[in-house]
Design a protein around this ligand. Structure first.
Ligand SMILES: Cc1cc2nc3c(=O)[nH]c(=O)nc-3n(C[C@H](O)[C@H](O)[C@H](O)COP(=O)(O)OP(=O)(O)OC[C@H]3O[C@@H](n4cnc5c(N)ncnc54)[C@H](O)[C@@H]3O)c2cc1C
Length: 268
């Protein structure tokens, strides 16, 4: 199996620190901008050398197909993302993608996007698709503190209703994105579709809220990942086994990153 057709050289257009240690990276590549779909990710080589060896996965944050640009939103958490935060306009990056599945779209049903921290990343591109399909969309966005908030203006310009939460109560509801969902659910139509993304504890919390008040729901899972191509089996996620035919595990890179929340066993 070759993936050479997914290998792209992308030129860095710009890098902006949108909050402390959180960056928006814009790259130019017409093939990537033309092919990427909401929910997909790329695997980026952050250096020309072998350290760190593995590429780093980042969700497609936004796309301008006409300009041929793709945006990523990332937090510096370790060596790879630190190196990525040091790129400069004009640098070339080696990117594998677009990879993974896409958010399922239900044109007649309201959408609720539940983002914990950097789980916001894949939702702007998706919100564009939802707005084009005239889907009524709400964003429930939780971060630790107001300093970590990334602007939601672009969502608001698309007509998305935005509600905020902070763990320390410095802005919006004191609590998490899952708490926002718990508060919003009684007012949401039965057929609303929930999409969530964020660190595993945040996605688990959303799943627990939905266990009390079930709704169709999908989660984009950001497990640790190495090869991104299904070869290393580094990003397994346990499935609920309803029948003996259900696979016990799936791979986030190959089968995901988006899963029906009813199918995955997040408590494992
Ligand atoms: C499909 C997918 C999409 C992603 N999209 C985004 C995105 O849009 N924006 C973004 O900021 N991040 C995203 N991530 C997470 C991002 O890939 C990691 O933060 C990055 O690989 C860390 O690399 P590093 O070298 O900086 O950190 P490392 O040195 O590899 O790790 C530093 C610390 O972070 C922890 N860590 C690393 N990766 C993860 C992870 N995936 N989940 C939980 N903890 C982790 C490590 O355990 C360690 O404690 C995504 C992950 C996946 C699988």
């Amino acid at each position: 199996m070759t993936h050479t057709h997914l290998l792209q050289k992308v030129g860095v257009e710009g890098l902006v620190e949108v909050a402390p240690e959180i960056f928006r990276l814009r790259v130019r590549n017409e093939v990537l901008a033309g092919r990427a779909q909401p929910g997909q990710f790329v695997n980026i080589r952050v250096t020309d050398g072998f350290d760190p060896l593995w590429r780093r996965p980042l969700s497609v944050h936004d796309v301008d197909r006409q300009a041929g640009t793709v945006d990523f939103l990332f937090a510096v958490v370790g060596r790879g993302t630190r190196l990525l935060s040091q790129v400069r306009p004009g640098n070339q990056l080696d990117v594998l993608g677009p990879l993974g599945n896409t958010f399922p779209l239900f044109p007649q049903r309201p959408a609720v996007l539940v983002a914990g921290g950097l789980g916001l990343a894949p939702f702007l591109f998706f919100a564009r698709q939802l707005a084009a399909a005239q889907v009524q969309t709400t964003l429930l966005y939780g971060v630790r503190s107001t300093t970590q908030l990334v602007s939601t203006e672009a969502f608001q310009r698309l007509g998305v209703h935005v509600e905020l939460a902070t763990d320390d109560g410095s802005e919006g509801l004191r609590g998490t994105a899952a708490d926002l969902l718990r508060r919003a659910l009684p007012g949401l139509p039965e057929d609303a579709v929930v999409y969530t993304c964020g660190p595993l504890p945040a996605v688990r919390a959303v799943a627990r809220v939905l266990a009390e008040t079930p709704r169709r729901a999908y989660a984009s899972l950001e497990t640790r990942m190495a090869c991104g191509l299904g070869a290393c089996v580094g990003c397994v996620v346990r499935m609920r086994r309803r029948t003996p035919d259900t696979p016990a595990y799936k791979l986030v890179c190959k089968d995901g990153p988006i899963f029906d929340l009813e199918e995955v066993d997040l408590e494992a």
